[in-house]
Design a protein around this ligand. Structure first.
Ligand code: ADP
Ligand code: MG
Length: 261
């Protein structure tokens, strides 16, 4: 689905990404983890075509991304960031409809005729029907991020890129957000790439993890393979304890204050 070949990215003399080789298969959910400044957001921006790489190439469905028009890229890929929507004074329903923008002609007509049903279905799935006429500006952070997810669902992308989507959410909304993405993926087979700071959420939801450290790949594999005490110690400079979650058998990272190196 996505092939990243020998990709490098520099800003002036600063090499932000180097020698990145990575393959994402259709339908996989990858987490990208790594310290602040390790190049995670930059990698997403290269895949979405927002930034241009300095070397190497990226193909999507076998075709170089340079060969896709911006419109086709935005039909294929949706991006959601940590504060997915500004606190704008638009009703929730209108914001979901904005997700259809890549599919509208210059008169604002949707190329497909199921758009209304689609939006209604998303509102129901995300429990947004009761908020339908409320202004996004009045919503809580957790509600607003759900609307942001609804907008990207309306876009019906094949690839979803998430950049720290749960950072500002409390634990209830963090889990809810991740579950909604998981359900969407189960229903549609969408490919998901998510930059996540929360390693414990990453371990539960992602099939595979890619670790970036100073712009280079420091590991990739299943959460079980990646979330080891020695790797977390190397990459984050902390001294964690990894335990197996007693109910769901995934690695979970415990930190202790005295163990900060
Ligand atoms: P992460 O998302 O892992 O925290 P980023 O990809 O945002 O890291 O940034 C990686 C490095 O690239 C950082 O050192 C950052 O300062 C630098 N960087 C990111 N964007 C720019 C830019 N537009 N111009 C210059 N440097 C940038
Ligand atoms: Mg970032």
């Amino acid at each position: 689905m996505i092939q990243v070949n020998d990709v490098g990215k520099s800003y002036g003399n600063l090499a932000v990404l180097q020698d990145v080789n990575w393959t994402v298969q259709e339908g996989e959910w990858w987490g990208i983890i790594g310290p602040n400044g390790s190049g995670k957001s930059t990698l997403l921006q290269l895949i979405s075509g927002v930034e241009k790489m300095t070397s190497g190439d990226i193909t999507i469905k076998g075709k170089d991304i340079k060969g896709y028009s911006r419109k086709v890229l935005s039909q294929m890929m949706a991006v959601l960031e940590q504060d997915g929507l500004p606190a704008m004074d638009y009703p929730v329903r209108d914001v979901l409809e904005m997700g259809r923008f890549p599919f509208q002609d210059w008169l604002g007509r949707d190329q497909v005729d199921h758009a209304d049903i689609l939006i209604e279905g998303i509102m129901a799935r995300l429990e947004l029907l009761e908020l339908s006429d409320r202004s996004v500006a009045e919503l809580s952070g957790g509600q607003r991020q759900r609307v942001a997810l609804g907008k990207v669902m309306a876009q019906e992308p094949q690839i979803l890129l998430l950049d720290e989507p749960t950072t500002f959410l409390d634990i209830h909304y963090q889990l809810q957000f991740m579950e909604l993405v998981a359900n969407w993926r189960a229903n549609s087979g969408i490919t998901v790439i998510a930059v996540l700071h929360d390693l414990n959420l990453a371990a539960q939801f992602c099939d595979k993890l890619l670790v970036l450290q100073e712009g280079q790949i420091a590991g990739m594999g299943t959460p079980q393979d990646i979330l080891t005490e020695s790797r977390i110690q190397d990459v984050y400079e902390v001294d964690p304890v990894i335990v197996n979650h007693p109910d769901i058998e995934v690695p979970q990272v415990l930190l202790a204050r005295s163990k900060l190196k």
